[in-house]
Design a protein around this ligand. Structure first.
Ligand code: MN
Length: 231
């Protein structure tokens, strides 16, 4: 009778202790020895942004292009001194370094796309900024309409592949155009909102009509709650 309790105790407690030690080591080993970037989950279903951005566009843009940036980044980082750095540090330490152009392009594109997916949300939830965000945009651009106008001019005039950003420069909100994979954090600026104007971002849905794509995103898909957190 009296020997039953310790036996049950051993059976229940020891596996728990063992699991905790094992899992802790497994976690630490992964952090130290197997630091690989992975494609983050999209914050919505691939069809959730239709009709403004199709599931087919996200299949390619998220599933193929973004995945390729992540895979290329992992390959290029393997065995280098940047391998265990944070994504932001990798971008800062590879910017303007001719020997690390490939690492910079893929790291920046991984950052840019992850940020871009968070900037969007399904159209059904309404598209107006909250009063504080609207006031901040009006203060920097004159009015909310002026912000939209300036952003659309920047997107239309960006030659080739690149990004249009709303950034925070000190207390001022500004619009920034960057070419290819370049991004605000490489220039000491805080990203607030991003729009990918590479052709792969809109060609399946809009072909050559970049202005229509820009208009559709600005009017329907901006995740203003995410924007508010960045201001
Ligand atoms: Mn893209």
């Amino acid at each position: 009778m009296s020997s039953g309790a310790p036996c049950v105790l051993r059976l229940t407690i020891f596996p728990v202790v063992f699991r905790r030690i094992f899992c802790y080591n497994y976690f630490i080993n992964n952090l130290i020895f197997n630091f690989m970037f992975t494609l983050p989950n999209l914050p919505y279903e691939r069809a959730a942004l239709e009709p403004h951005m199709s599931a087919k566009t996200l299949d390619f843009h998220y599933g193929k292009h973004h995945q390729a940036y992540v895979d290329n980044l992992n390959k290029l980082l393997a065995g280098t001194e940047l391998e265990k750095e944070s994504l932001e540090n990798i971008i800062l330490k590879s910017a303007n370094n001719a020997e690390r152009t490939g690492i910079f392009n893929n790291a920046a594109q991984h950052f840019n796309h992850t940020f871009f997916w968070d900037c969007l949300r399904p159209a059904a939830k309404g598209s107006a900024p909250s009063e504080p965000v609207s006031a901040a945009l009006s203060q920097s651009f004159g009015s909310l309409e002026m912000f939209y106008t300036e952003f659309k001019i920047a997107a239309a005039s960006l030659f080739g592949s690149g990004w249009v950003w709303l950034v925070k420069d000190g207390e001022q909100l500004k619009i920034l155009k960057t070419a290819n994979g370049d991004n605000p954090i490489a220039h000491g600026l805080k990203p607030v909102f991003a729009l990918d104007v590479w052709e792969h971002s809109y060609y399946l849905d809009y072909q050559n009509r970049r202005a229509d794509f820009v208009e559709a995103v600005l009017q329907n898909l901006i995740n203003w709650e995410f924007v508010a957190k960045n201001i």
